[in-house]
Design a binder for this molecule. Structure first.
Ligand code: GUN
Length: 297
């Protein structure tokens, strides 16, 4: 193996340590900690695990985190009423609605109902628009989707702050990862291609990349010979595959062992982008709290 393994766990720990001091400062200045509510509708098994991690990590740095669990048959009107209540609650600075939602609920309507100032996922159309309008360094005044932001932190740790002119390929065009990732790379002056399931000759497109971001949700789809020698590979996928012992195993969207023979650096799964996503959610909660409390004076 030749690639450097990018340690997302260490980067996430460093970010959480920085945030801890900011949480204490906010608590001291305003008499209450940043407050985060995660709304979980139904009992999607992966979502259950994710929201518990979010709650535990929030508590560790002093954020007042809580999970609002609603039954799987919750109506859209009932969910919108909860969101309206949380929008008005001055102790709540961040609201995250865990996706996917059950089929009776219109995801777009729910995201639109969030107060953009409390939208710590960065999924409200106002925050999406701000991201796509941004140029240069994305600062501390914008709520940016957590997984792409965390991926940029890892990229910069590896390549330095100046990414201008780099050829970046993002595989995947989701609203949660692919599109906002492309926006962040573009704001950093990369030359960006968004590839997807209808892209012709995907291996050849990937081979152009100095920065390759895989966010397709297909286990080990991206092969070693799709990767340019020395490329930096960010693997956003978290896929559970069956193993003979029945326990299953987590793998990314990239065939890790083969990719690590070619790439310059690569994120592992688990322990790469995953921990950064949660740390960036906490970062957004701290940003939201600072901006909202400043508004109150
Ligand atoms: N489901 C999978 N990823 C995410 C995410 O980043 N935010 C929310 N709210 N739901 C998700």
């Amino acid at each position: 193996m030749t690639a450097t393994i990018i340690d997302g766990k260490a980067a996430a720990t460093a970010l959480r340590d920085e945030l801890k001091a900011k949480v204490q400062a906010l608590q001291a200045a305003h008499g209450r900690p940043p407050g985060l509510i995660v709304i979980l509708v139904g009992d999607h098994p992966a979502s259950q695990a994710y929201v518990r991690t979010k709650e535990r990590m929030a508590a560790e740095i002093g954020i007042a985190g809580d999970i609002l669990r609603l039954p799987a048959d919750t109506s859209q009107a009932a969910l919108l009423a909860e969101i309206a209540r949380l929008n008005r609650d001055p102790a709540v600075h961040g609201i995250l609605v865990q996706l996917p939602l059950p089929p009776q609920i219109d995801e777009a309507a729910v995201l639109l109902a969030l107060d953009p100032a409390k939208d710590v996922d960065g999924f409200h159309p106002v925050n999406v628009g701000r991201l796509f309008s941004a140029k240069g360094a994305i600062g501390d005044d914008l709520l940016v989707p957590c997984t792409p932001y965390g991926s940029m932190v890892l990229l910069r740790r590896q390549l330095g702050d100046d990414l201008a002119g780099r050829r970046a390929v993002v595989v995947g065009r989701s609203n949660i990862v692919g599109k906002p990732m492309a926006a962040l790379l573009l704001a950093a002056d990369c030359t960006v291609t968004i590839a997807h399931s209808r892209t012709r000759d995907l291996p050849a497109v990937c081979r152009q990349a100095e920065i390759l971001v895989a966010a397709v949700g297909r286990p080990e789809m991206i092969q070693g010979d799709w990767i340019a020698p020395g490329a930096v590979v960010i693997d956003v996928g978290i896929n559970r595959i069956a193993t003979p012992d029945g326990k299953g195993r987590l793998v990314g969207d990239v065939a890790f062992a083969a990719a690590a023979e070619v790439a310059g650096a690569i994120t592992p799964v688990p322990g790469g982008v995953g921990p950064m996503t949660v740390a960036c959610l906490l970062r957004n909660t701290v940003i939201a709290a600072r901006l909202i409390e400043a508004r109150h004076g």
